[in-house]
Design a protein around this ligand. Structure first.
Ligand SMILES: CSCCC(=O)C(=O)COP(=O)(O)O
Ligand code: ZN
Length: 218
């Protein structure tokens, strides 16, 4: 399917979702210092060919402008003529789409996801067990345990992107970059938002749990 074959309404719906999510997350201070990026996929998916709308690089994500988003293909190349530059981290989105076929990916930097990804960075995953919000990932086992992958935060994004496919756990719709932030995804924007919120709850819980454990051993 060529990009021009994708119905205009689908493209407009993706941009509408991005605008709403961007405003909501900005209100939570989830885009400090122009950090973070968002994308929503459009059209049919095959691992060889897909398209998505992504935030333009380096923008203040707390304001709306006509130059906030552009469409790119499976390699992160713009699908239409534009002067906008896709997010510097677009290749990570490409790898997550290619591997999962998901419909939306949201990336935010928060204090909690930075601290927790650094604390557990050496072992390569953040453990989480018995936290109710794990059910947001459609994991309903009692006392369920998950591992949220943590990748090194190389300056060279293609070097990170090539690690993504092997790091992903099909049951866990998120991946951390150490001392950087989280990518969370879902079949659509609603689900990606739900997953991101659940991850952030788990990180804040884990951080506070570590503090309580440390306090109790004093
Ligand atoms: C200013 S934070 C460093 C870049 C980053 O990690 C990020 O999420 C934003 O980059 P983008 O190119 O998507 O604006
Ligand atoms: Zn980032």
């Amino acid at each position: 399917m060529a990009f021009s074959d994708i119905p205009l309404e689908q493209k407009q719906a993706a941009l509408h979702d991005l605008k709403e999510i961007k405003a909501l997350f900005a209100a939570r201070n989830w885009f400090p210092g122009t950090s973070g990026n968002l994308s929503v996929r459009v059209g049919e998916f095959s691992p060889e060919q897909f398209y998505f709308a992504v935030t333009a690089s380096g923008k203040d994500k707390s304001v709306h402008t006509p130059e906030d988003y552009l469409f790119v293909d499976q390699d992160g190349a713009p699908s239409e003529a534009t002067g906008l530059k896709p997010s510097a981290e677009t290749l990570i989105h490409c790898e997550i789409y290619r591997k999962t076929g998901c419909g939306a990916i949201f990336h935010v930097h928060t204090i909690d996801n930075n601290l927790i990804s650094d604390w557990y960075g050496e072992q390569g995953y953040v453990p989480a067990q018995g936290i109710e919000l794990i059910k947001a990932f459609n994991i309903w086992d009692e006392d369920a345990a998950i591992r949220i992958p943590v990748l090194p935060n190389y300056a060279d994004i293609p070097r990170i992107a090539e690690l993504v496919p092997d790091a992903l756990d099909p049951a866990v719709p998120g991946i951390l970059l150490r001392n950087h932030g989280i990518y969370a995804w879902g079949k659509n924007a609603f689900e990606a938002k739900k997953h991101l919120e659940a991850f952030e709850f788990i990180f804040e819980y884990s951080y506070r749990r570590l503090l309580l454990n440390a306090a109790s051993t004093k």
